[in-house]
Structure formats: C-alpha cells, structure tokens
Write a protein that binds this ligand. Structure first.
Ligand code: AMP
Ligand code: ZN
Length: 115
C-alpha cells in the first residue's frame, strides 16, 4: 500500500492536511514539526507509506539514503550551522507516535525544550 487513508502523514503528503513545507520532490517531503523540541525541528518523510524501519527492505535503500543526505542540506538552510541531531523512532518501545516512517532533524542554539 503506497498510501494509508488513515495516516496523518499520508494526508499531509496528499495536501489534505496543511503543513509548513520545507522541501518536496517525487520521493520525499520535509515539513516543520508541529510541536518542535528545538529551534530547528523538521521531519523528512518518504511519500510512500512505510510504517517504520521494521518495514524497509533492500528496495528502500536508495530512499533511505536520500532521506539522510537531505538532512544536512535542510539543516543548513534552516540555520542549524553548529550541529544537528537525526532521530528515527520505531514502534511502541521506540516511542513512535505516527506510524509513517519519519526522520526527525533537530538543531539550533541550545537549550532545547527536549532532547
Ligand atoms: P514520533 O514520536 O517519532 O512518531 O514523532 C511524531 C512527530 O510528528 C511528533 O514530533 C509530532 O509533533 C509530529 N506531528 C504530529 N502531527 C503533525 C502535523 N500535523 N504536522 C507536523 N508534525 C506533526
Ligand atoms: Zn502514511
């Protein structure tokens, strides 16, 4: 299933729920986290509905590489020039709240609200 009609991030990707977009291409969307922990906090998501890293296989390697390599580019663009953190929460014990794979990118001057 490339889209899940009940998934909030699929709805953002489809434009059914608004977001503050930072970047978009055929494969990825990046948008500001609605509840930021840090001065810079955005999410990079694949446009296809992949639940978590438990669900990736060899066919997703290029996509994962794209997600990671986009992070420093957008972090710089957003002004996180002194370091940033990348986090992917997976499953219940991993603290994943939204079941659509997403890379958190957090940066900016400390202190941060969390993390
Ligand atoms: P996680 O706990 O890793 O699943 O993180 C989910 C993240 O999605 C949280 O940091 C939320 O603040 C964020 N989030 C949830 N709904 C939205 C939304 N509509 N727009 C932007 N970010 C969202
Ligand atoms: Zn989804």
């Amino acid at each position: 299933m490339s889209h899940d009609p009940n998934c909030i991030f699929c709805k953002i990707i489809e434009g059914k729920i608004p977001s503050r977009k930072l970047y978009e291409d055929d494969d990825l969307l990046a948008f500001h986290d609605i509840s930021p922990w840090a001065p810079v906090h955005f999410l990079i998501v694949p446009k296809i509905h992949v639940v978590s890293l438990y669900d990736v296989s060899a066919e997703h390697q290029a996509l994962l590489g794209k997600m990671l390599s986009l992070a420093p580019e957008l972090a710089r663009q957003e002004g996180a020039l002194n370091g940033f953190r990348c986090v992917i929460n997976n499953g219940q014990d991993g603290g994943q709240e939204v079941s659509h794979l997403h890379l958190h990118v957090m940066g900016g001057a400390r202190p941060w609200a969390r993390g």
